[in-house]
Design a protein around this ligand. Sequence first.
Ligand code: LLP
Length: 419
Amino acid sequence: MDHFALNDGELFAEDVPLAAIAREVGTPVYVYSRATLTRHARVFREALAELPSVHIAFAVKSNPNVAVLRLLANEGYGADVVSEGEMNRALAGGIPAADIVFSGVGKTRRELTAAVKAGIGQFNLESEEEGVELAEIAASLGLRAPCALRVNPDVDARTHAKISTGKADNKFGVPYDRAAGIYARLSALAGLDMKGLAVHIGSQISDLEPSRLAFIKMGELMEAIRAEGLSVTHMDLGGGLGVPYKASDSLPTPQEYGAMVVSVAKDWGVTLMFEPGRVISGNSGVLVTEVVRVKEGVVNPFVVVDAAMNDLARPAMYDAWHDFAAVKPNGRTMTANIVGPICESSDTFAMGREIDEVASGDLAIFRTAGAYGATMANTYNSRALVPEVMVDGGKWAVVAARIEPETILSAETVPDWLA
Ligand code: LLP
């Protein structure tokens, strides 16, 4: 459920007409709904209410805007970060260091040092080598770094290959069969405080069974480690719950996910940690675009919009579907290809799709663009970096300004020897 709906024949974000935002800020522009974000944060938390001890760390990578992070901090959410930049954003958003989980397969020495100094609540170690390096850094600062060991359970999440992370040949975590031994060796290091295990098998998960199997394996591993006399107080079950990208999609609900976790992990005697991203932010945002022109095609017309793959990369990268809707639909439909202005054919949002009829100058939206939208934007073809707006009831604010190509050009220099 979201708060982007028709009101008197025109699309609104909560109580604000999208056309009003487009008029003032220009297009393309991402628009987030505060009420939708808040609702999703609360629904996800309530779905886990039967679990005795829960920590929810929002996956910052899905939407790192600092206003979004502040909203989630106000909801009591922690953060899952994967770089020093994301860590600093989470802190700037008001998320306490102790509520931040630092994940990622390539944390550098500099990042590990900065995170230890900041007092990060948990490092999700991706390898024994990383653990040894972190132990040395923490010990040299007279500190102990709280850690979980990320395990690769060798379970296929049955999602898009590019966002699957839990198969043995993926780069993430340590192999399941070696995890207990690595946990024991890392537990002996003075610089580490080994608190538990972490797992994340993939993103946009549409079937709960692989997650259930992975969690059962993790529970068995936890018991095996405890049987060695080692302590496990935290189990991080990652993120990954999918969202409907098409109105007709049916996905597991947060309640169904929560019930599955309860059935597997309720009696583990740990704090259960979660790293949801898309399920919180996905449907909370849309990308507003203007139709540049409608160009005749051989089979279908091309609707050329002013948003492109640099603004919303998901269709080009993962063949992802984003529903398209006119801001002021006229009631008629057309079958068209929706494309951006960038000079490669991957800049295609849809082929042969039945959509609201649009013409040059009309505004339209791509839905479910609040996750992995603005954060994956770039400036390819020397286009601007897309701005972001947040709506709250009848008011709205720009929460990320458009960065013009001139600003980026001004950071470049021609060396003397080329003059
Ligand atoms: N935790 C870890 C360790 C992750 O790697 C991820 C996502 C998450 C949590 C959050 O997953 P979520 O709940 O949002 O599914 N750019 C791709 C998605 C990449 C996801 C990477 N990891 C896309 O646009 O679909």
